[in-house]
Design a protein around this ligand. Structure first.
Ligand code: MSP
Length: 512
């Protein structure tokens, strides 16, 4: 297993506040990073914001602000949202930071110097909203194929990157690395795209038309194309041109992206890296969209669903759980309040929440102290075996980006504890003072509490706050290295198990 874990989200345009479609990839990356940390892997989790370009310049103009003041304010808003959603990023990159401007200008200068960038004439259809040029055949009914807005015809001198020179190399690379672009059908989509001749990439905009960007070092009358700027964030944050550790971090990069930015990552980015003489990332994984009645949820279309409002109602952890449980990675998922509600009540309140409540009450009847495990009999051995194999099963699924299945597996294991209690009926067994039954009862209480501890530890990457509450109730102090808590037997007999409020109060109560 290559040990270092470097995970990235796309950097978000700051022309508006985050919506659920932006919260999702960030939560997903956070969960993958937390799983890696739980396994004891050195981890670097990067997110950030894309601050240059027309959209941002326009948004600032509308508010009568200069772009820098506008992005300074917006970057804080995004960081604040991530804080409230418990996003444990290690670095937050902003493309206006000097460290990034330096990398972009260095790469531009180097490619220019080596003839990988040349000056030419550009003519094409330009979509201001998406900041992309389209060819005639890309247009749908004469409009932008991505957002459906009108496009402008533009003819101007510009700078181009010789992307076409890398077409054969890229096809060979993708063929030779089956796990480079995932899921597999996205890889096939990229290979299909590469069957058509690849054009060179226009990488500049005249500063007279767009001033809010990084100037080309060899021609300050131009700024660089927003994607050329944005993609390089991934190497800037890994320490390119700044830190000695860059080589050990960078090739481990896993780029989580939405399917709408697959071409920019798997074609533009890979060829820019190749031309710059840099290694490729480890993997580009494209997820699907959250849709409302079939339409992508976005800032401008489909009615934005506000993550913080939902977190306010259901709690941050329940929102995180819902988003990860409901989406099969790679496919689209329909957002629905009813589904969120039912996940909250069935999985969280009934399965997990009630289990904790039930166990705390059973232990309270026995004096509140967690008993010694005593003798295992067949049902204990069975449950224990399930929980001993659970961490590896969960980690394998997560490693394969099947987070929803990993969660399903954990919740099945929690159901197994509830079933174990149903079948062993500890509430019918005699309590201390009636010595004959004590050992049996103790074995059941210990086994069930320990299973819940392990289950909650595996849930902690998704629900960090609720997991910590479970541990506190079970009297468990997580070790400094969380991975040390993954073995069976972490709970110390003799600790006090506390009664407390339900972990997931019914929603009617939440609304009060
Ligand atoms: N700034 C570029 C990315 C540059 S990365 C070098 C950008 N920004 S964005 O803010 O428009 O989108 C960021 C990400 O949010 C994309 O991966 C996109 O797929 C994702 N989502 C936006 N709406 C979404 C949904 N409704 N559902 C899931 N993710 C979607 O593109």
């Amino acid at each position: 297993m290559d040990d270092f874990f470097y995970i990235t989200t796309p950097i978000y345009y700051v022309n508006d506040a985050p919506h659920i479609g932006n919260a999702y990839p960030t939560i997903l990356a956070d969960v993958l990073a937390r799983f890696a940390r739980l396994r004891g892997r050195p981890t670097f989790f990067l997110t950030g914001v894309d601050e240059h370009g027309q959209k941002v310049q326009n948004a600032a103009l509308k508010l009568d602000l200069n772009p820098q003041a506008y992005v300074d304010d917006m970057a804080l808003r995004w960081q604040d949202t991530w804080k409230r959603l418990n996003i444990s990023y290690d670095d937050f990159i902003r493309t206006t930071q000097p460290r990034h401007v330096k990398v972009v200008q260095h790469v531009l200068q180097d490619l220019w110097h080596r003839g990988e960038i040349y000056r030419g004439e550009y003519e094409g259809w330009y979509c201001v909203a998406d900041e992309r040029f389209w060819t005639e055949k890309d247009l749908v009914d004469g409009r932008c194929p991505d957002c459906g807005r009108p496009v402008e015809r533009i003819v101007e001198a510009n700078y181009f990157f010789r992307m076409s020179a890398y077409q054969d190399w890229l096809m060979d690379y993708i063929h030779a690395h089956p796990d480079f672009i995932r899921p597999e059908w996205r890889r096939n989509e990229v290979l299909g795209f590469l069957r058509r001749p690849l054009e060179d990439l226009c990488i500049s905009r005249p500063a007279s038309r767009l001033s809010w960007g990084i100037p080309l070092p060899f021609d300050p009358a131009y700024v660089t194309y927003v994607w050329f700027d944005a993609l390089l964030n991934y190497v800037t944050a890994a320490g390119y041109l700044q830190r000695a550790g860059f080589e050990t971090v960078w090739p481990h990069a896993i780029h989580l992206i939405g399917k709408d930015i697959l071409t920019t990552h798997s074609v533009y980015w890979t060829t820019i890296l190749k031309a710059a003489g840099l290694p490729q990332p480890k993997c580009i994984f494209a997820h699907g969209w959250w849709v409302l009645e079939g339409t992508k949820i976005s800032k401008s279309r489909g009615g934005a669903v506000k993550p913080l409002e939902l977190a306010e109602i259901y709690g941050v952890d329940a929102l995180r759980y819902f988003l990860l449980r409901e989406m099969t990675l790679g496919q689209d998922a329909e957002f629905s309040r009813e589904r969120l509600d039912s996940r909250y009540h069935i999985d969280l309140a009934n399965n997990l929440g009630n289990l904790l409540q039930r166990l705390a009450q059973l232990v309270a009847r026995r004096g509140g102290m967690l008993p010694h495990p005593g003798e295992d009999s067949a049902p204990e051995q069975q449950l224990k075996a399930l929980y001993i194999s659970l961490p590896q099963q969960v980690f394998d699924l997560v490693e394969d980006f099947a987070v929803n299945q990993a969660l399903e597996r954990i919740f099945d294991a929690l159901t197994a504890v509830n079933q174990y209690l149903e079948s062993t009926t500890p509430w019918k067994l005699p309590y201390p003072g009636e010595p004959a039954g004590v050992t049996r009862l103790d074995a059941i209480l210990y086994t069930a509490c320990e299973a819940l501890r392990l289950g909650s530890l595996l849930l902690s990457p998704v629900m960090p706050e609720k997991a910590a509450q479970v541990w506190q109730r079970l009297g468990w102090q997580p070790p400094a290295r969380l991975a040390d808590g993954l073995a069976w037997g972490g709970l110390q007999p003799g600790v006090m198990i506390s009664l407390g409020e339900p972990l997931f109060p019914r929603k009617e109560e939440v609304r009060e």
